[in-house]
Design a protein around this ligand. Sequence first.
Ligand SMILES: Nc1ncnc2c1ncn2[C@@H]1O[C@H](COP(=O)(O)OP(=O)(O)OP(=O)(O)O)[C@@H](O)[C@H]1O
Length: 400
Amino acid sequence: MVKTVVASNTNGSTSTLTGSGSASRNSSGIAESDVIEAGNVVISIQVLQNVTKYFCPENELGRGGFGVVYKGELDDGTKIAVKRMESGVISSKALDEFQAEIAVFSKVRHRHLVSHLGYSIAGNERILFYEYMPQGALSKHLFHWKSLKLEPLSWKRRLNIALDVARGMEYLHNLAHRSFIHGHLKSSNILLGDDFRAKVSDFGLKMTLLEEFTQPINQLSQKFLVHREILSLTGKVTTKVDVFSFGVVLMELLTGLMARDEDRPEESQYLAAWFGHIKSDKQKLRAAIDPALEVKDETFEISIIAELAGHCTARKPSQRPDMSHAVNVLAPLVEKWKPLDDDIEEYCGIDYRLPLKQMVKGWREAKGKDFIYVDLEDSKSSIPARPTGFAEPFTSADGR
Ligand SMILES: Nc1ncnc2c1ncn2[C@@H]1O[C@H](COP(=O)(O)OP(=O)(O)OP(=O)(O)O)[C@@H](O)[C@H]1O
């Protein structure tokens, strides 16, 4: 017997059901009979086996610390990413915690956060499934584009990605009802859509849900402590850990170099440390820019991003800005590159250059007007319609 839960209801609880999954299915491949109480949709694990062709290697999208991620396709053509956890990653003892965490993060919806759609439990199997991001991880496009025969990312795309990530992280930190720490933001956890717009993934697997911005280190698995040396300065995990990681991602976008690479000369093995030394020297900074970028008139922007990256990776967490600051620095740069009629609905009635409160006020007013707008806090527009019973997303008056 197996049980699968897709999303959860708005009060944070989840329900599960055992079953074979053989009932007739709606347009998203989810059985009508599987829809049960209080907004919970329950489907069987067989659906996931079917859509991934029994976890066929051909459908493998990648591997991470938790296991293998497969591509799957529902009956209606909707693509999903299915993360099959390696056995032992989650003990049965930790299962309650696992379910409770998932109950929370399945409701976190934002256009720059990869939507978590559900999970499955069957015997030792722990499977999570997500919105599918067709262009895959940012890391692939920054570090492996040649071997994968991809186009290198243009400067404009990199700027957009930086802003998208900043907005997703700003939401996690400040704008959801509670504050979330991602804990392992990195370029392999930033996924790209066909339009090369970015969404942050993997928040929640060990995301720390905090009412206050403090948590003793030992409550987080070492695996997630990408910048352990920085954490050890304070002994606390705070949102500033994510800000540091974001600064490193900015450095990767600028240089095309991985955060850490033991094949590089010793002084540049750690990108953050090395970049911190060279960023104020114009010539060295220019020499460090990714050769795949044809830099012409972007010198001014590059120095702003370099400055921001340095600020985000300040040694003391208290000296690092919050993500809202990063959004405010990046938004005008992206705006500059934006053709007037490009992506117009995203900007309808909203001036992203305004401080958050004014911007939200403008957005609310725009909502009342008689034209199409996009719900800024809800990424559901990027995936096909949510099947009946999927969780209502968190709402936030401050979404951007
Ligand atoms: N939603 C998704 N859509 C498309 N591809 C995905 C999706 N989620 C993951 N992938 C692919 O699977 C790979 C592995 O993802 P996963 O999140 O398991 O590990 P990771 O982020 O690389 O590492 P870690 O587990 O240490 O965070 C990613 O690099 C990406 O290429």
